[in-house]
Write a protein of this length. Sequence first.
Length: 291
Amino acid sequence: MNRSVAVLGPSTYSEEAASWLLQGTDWRLVPCKGIADVFESTLSGRTAFSVVPVENTFEGSVSLHIDWLVNEADLPIQTEWVYPIHVNLMSLPQFDGEWRRIRKVLSHQVAFAQCRRFLNEHLPEAELEAVGSTAEGARLVGERGDPFTAAIGPATAGARYGLKLLAPAIQDHKNNFTRFVLAGKEPMDPLRPEGRGEQARKTTLLLMPGEDFPGGLHQLLSAFAWRRLNLTKIESRPTKRQLGTYYFYVDVDASMESVLLRGAVEEIRAVGCAVRVLGSYPTYGFPEEKA
């Protein structure tokens, strides 16, 4: 059996998060340069699963990755977990001076958003250059050799590319978590990261209304409401087929094995709305006291 998992990397938050989830197992991580490469690795069968960051506590959904799951990759979600994100400012070892002397900072745009307050206060004049991943930013700083260019990302990336730590944990909020999913064609083995079993079961649905009419969304949501099914997330995204048409991406605190959820899906389909199950899966939470 293929025991490999595609992940953005090496030395990324995705790699750190996947290592935590899969600790104590024989699953092997396969680093990929971009998110398209991650998905393509699993679609082609080179890996069994893809690790995908889909939501951050303060920045919300990663729309590009969700669009991949919906429109490009027919890979059901098999597992979900949350992982704490600690953002660090790093530079070449020869940099020795005030942070304000840094002229450019490289990182992923999501990492920039997570430490906006720090950047405005300490590096107001620095140019922010967005790159494909936080690890890519650290690599480029090491390659360019400019002591006045810094990177923002995980400490593991700094160590890998010979950077020194200037300021640890510069994220604007301590409670900075990212939600990751493991997507693949087959269910994942039962896991116990740090000895913890699954916290709950969740189902992600795609609701695609057949036509737009007044009260249409209310009619769809009422199928969950009167059954007392908790929706932990709902958002609309363009279908990419016609201007002004949208689908609804919904997370439900229930398994597809639930009679109530199956009944809700049947009711929604009966009113002419197509429903696609993107996954019904276990969720794992990171121990808050260790975040």
